[in-house]
Design a binder for this molecule. Structure first.
Ligand SMILES: Cc1cc2nc3c(=O)[nH]c(=O)nc-3n(C[C@H](O)[C@H](O)[C@H](O)COP(=O)(O)OP(=O)(O)OC[C@H]3O[C@@H](n4cnc5c(N)ncnc54)[C@H](O)[C@@H]3O)c2cc1C
Length: 489
């Protein structure tokens, strides 16, 4: 077999997956039906966990340099009065960056594709689509069609990853169905470039106007994104008419100085594949799950899939029996994705109230409950967002800045791509006693304590606090930086 893994689809999830596999030395073929990258912005926001995953792929600077970090997000009523504010500039979940970033999807995808050039063992073939799949004990066979010549070629690989989006051929070929609901209300999404001084609403705002709910926000690179719910009877073709778009955007940006790059009508889905694995075939991203975008977590969830599965595949390509490890992909990812989707749906319920009296009641109740400090903190500090946690007490380890050899860096950049054993007691827990997979061993020392050149100096105090709070002297970190805390007392 020329390739260990075939990745079907080079959207953002497929491109990231191939980068993570490439970084682990996995021979990977990526096939993409389109000849040019998707030029239309769809996903708009990502979170701190997504940035940590781009960092694991060695692409943080390439990707994050382009992003815009909003300072706050407001929920306003029909009169434009804020009834809830998320103070994003007051929030730090400790994962290495701020909690929310806006990006330009075409630029993001270009950076991810350029990242593939780093790996001679990763090949991208565009204008090629998956048409059929079969599997046996040794391998999966993906039948690929060259869209130019019509020629079909079978390619055998140990695993096939369906990153081919909502209408996934991989999912259909593996006989996996989707369950869930699709939303009846269509939305108009408008993106465009905004001239200096043309912005009328400078903050990320959920306009909870019962007559027409909308989301508006400045984005990266002087862009602006607006989404408007259609009213019953409104026709998609009429809504994308330039005069209608100009009228709708006018309260938020000056239409004369706003160049529309995209105006499309679409509907949301809340769907999940009944299985995410069929023997040698796995589903990731929109192929496995689709959720409403009110929490901006559709793509982020796909990125988490990639981070969770790729290190396990790299292990599984080595000697030994790894079926349970590969099964843990869906077992770990499904509950978290479902929690994100549920929170998105709940936010939608707050946002999408379509009745004047219900909207009035919502505004009054939400203002009243926020006089309780705990509830106010829950909203203001974004604590309603599901934590980066997996079943059975696995949580994402914090990522502070540390100093090693006199250089200040983010923790993951020091740990590298493999397992890591870190903690204040690591000189007593040594690599000599370790029979697990390849790992780095790093001793954590408090700032100012005696140290050797390889020690990891905890200049922010975050790690020292974490180990004291969990009453342990060393932990094993997985390559995706999750750690079992149920074993830590
Ligand atoms: C209006 C809107 C706003 C959104 N906002 C956000 C947001 O703010 N934040 C967020 O996280 N998410 C958001 N999302 C969701 C996000 O866009 C998707 O979750 C994300 O694009 C999915 O990425 P993907 O790589 O899984 O799939 P896709 O981007 O759909 O990529 C799939 C790729 O596979 C290719 N392909 C398909 N079939 C085949 C085949 N048979 N052979 C070869 N190639 C194939 C396609 O050409 C495509 O390039 C939003 C979605 C919409 C519609």
């Amino acid at each position: 077999m020329e390739f260990d893994v075939v990745v079907v689809g080079c959207g953002p999830v497929g491109a990231l997956t191939a980068n993570l596999l490439g970084a682990r030395g996995v021979r990977t073929l990526v096939v993409e039906r389109d000849t040019a990258p998707h030029r239309q912005p769809r996903a708009f926001s990502c979170d701190d966990e997504a940035l940590r995953i781009y960092q694991q792929a060695g692409l943080l600077d390439e990707v994050a340099g382009d992003m815009h970090a909003p300072r706050r997000a407001e929920y306003v009523n029909a009169k434009g009065r804020a009834f809830a504010t998320i103070a994003l500039d007051e929030v730090d979940f400790g994962l290495g960056s701020g909690p929310l970033h806006f990006f330009d999807q075409p630029r993001l995808e270009a950076a991810l594709r350029a990242g593939l050039d780093r790996f001679p063992h990763v090949a991208l073939r565009t204008g090629v689509e998956l048409v059929r799949l079969s599997q046996d004990d040794e391998a999966a066979t993906a039948v690929l069609r060259d869209l130019d010549t019509g020629e079909e070629t079978p390619v055998r690989a140990r695993y096939v990853l369906g990153c081919d989006g909502a209408r996934s051929t991989t999912r259909v070929a593996a006989g996996i169905t989707l369950t869930g609901t699709s939303y009846a209300e269509p939305w108009l999404a408008v993106s465009g470039d905004v001239a200096p001084g043309a912005v009328r609403v400078p903050h990320t705002t959920f306009v909870c106007d019962w007559r027409r709910p909308a989301f508006v926000s400045p984005g990266a690179f002087d862009t602006y994104r607006l989404e408007f719910m259609l009213r019953p009877g409104e026709e998609p073709a009429a809504m994308t008419d330039p005069a209608t778009v100009a009228r709708l955007v006018a309260p938020y940006v000056d239409p004369d100085r706003f160049t529309v790059t995209r105006a499309v009508v679409y509907t949301f889905h809340h769907l999940v594949a009944e299985r995410w694995r069929d023997r040698r075939v796995f589903l990731l991203g929109d192929a496995a799950h689709q959720m409403p975008p009110f929490l901006g977590q559709g793509l982020c969830s796909g990125l988490r899939d990639a981070a969770n599965l790729t290190w396990k595949l790299a292990q599984a390509l080595g000697p030994g029996e790894h079926d349970a490890l590969l099964d843990s992909y869906e077992a770990e990812r499904r509950p978290h994705t479902e929690a994100m989707a549920r929170t998105s749906v709940r936010l939608g319920r707050v946002f999408l109230v379509r009745n004047r009296f219900a909207a009035f009641a919502r505004d009054v109740v939400l203002r009243a409950v926020q006089t309780v400090p705990r509830v106010r903190r829950l909203v203001r500090h974004f604590e309603f967002k599901p934590l980066p946690a997996l079943p059975d007490g696995r949580v994402m380890f914090p990522q502070p800045e540390v100093v090693v050899g006199g250089v200040r860096r983010l923790l993951d950049d020091v740990l590298g791509p493999d397992f890591a054993v870190i903690g204040p007691d690591v000189d007593t827990v040594t690599a000599r006693d370790w029979s697990g997979p390849r790992a780095r061993f790093l001793r954590v020392v408090a700032d100012g304590a005696p140290r050797t050149g390889d020690d990891l100096v905890d200049v922010t105090g975050t790690l020292t606090d974490w180990f004291a709070r969990h009453r342990t002297g060393a932990v094993v970190l997985r390559p995706d930086r999750f750690v079992h805390t149920d074993r830590v007392r």
